[in-house]
Ligand binder design. Sequence first.
Ligand code: NAD
Length: 265
Amino acid sequence: MEEFKTIDELISLKGKSALITGAAAGIGAAIAHRFAEAGADLELVDIDMEGLKLQKKELEKYKVKVNLHRVDLSKRDEVISLWKNLPRAPDILVNNAGIYIFKDFLEVDEQFLDKILEVNLKSVFWMCQEMIRRREKEGGVIINVASIEAILPFATGLIHYDISKMGVIALTRALAREYGKIGFRVNALIPGGIETKGVKKLKKEAAVKLRINMIKTAINFKNRLPLGRFGEPDEVARIALVLASDISSYMTGAMVAVDGGFLSS
Ligand code: NAD
């Protein structure tokens, strides 16, 4: 039996460090804020250094250490040198960075598909490999961000994205199975309908360019949501905190949807 811990102790990330990818914006930035509030030191990774710098400024109030890393996650050599340069391997890894670019299935060429798979799936593979290699003795927590689209394809023009995110789910479950006994917990966070800048930009683009299909999809999507509204990045970040902390000490290999009920309706 583990010693009894209070809720405050369970949720705390004090003394821990967390690496978060795609932390310059959206869900990744929101996760960085909640983790900092819970006391974690942060290694923030993104291709957008300006965005990272803005986040660092906003995170000052939490008085935790924040290191920034400009990395193009689609390049394996950049991922490897990121890990080489880390002062210590993080206790928590959040693979959140991802790109969702709409393209008709029949127009996808090899270069485009490679790019999507490199950013959304292969980078997660290499990041997990480095994490487990570096923390074989201590174990750790990994959270991989997938998507409702992988489980229930809804929008048209995202087939390449759907397969990348289903790959992330398969990777998560297989790692959970293989590395649980040496102290790793690996879970998939499955957001849907979260109003990040990226999603707002897509909506605006659809309206301006009168992309009727995309507008229709957005309306149908909203109508289907049991909660009847889109979600906020912080609503995903709060569940990331649950998965990162000892609150979820008996969870691994899980697929945790934060989707306003979309997958259930
Ligand atoms: P976002 O576009 O707002 O932010 C993604 C971040 O990833 C950006 O800061 C971007 O610069 C970074 N990034 C992109 N390519 C990169 C690369 N090659 N190297 C390093 N960084 C890179 O996205 P978001 O809406 O916050 O989504 C975050 C994650 O959640 C993604 O994996 C996305 O697929 C997933 N997701 C989002 C939603 C949603 O509704 N927003 C739904 C399902 C899944």
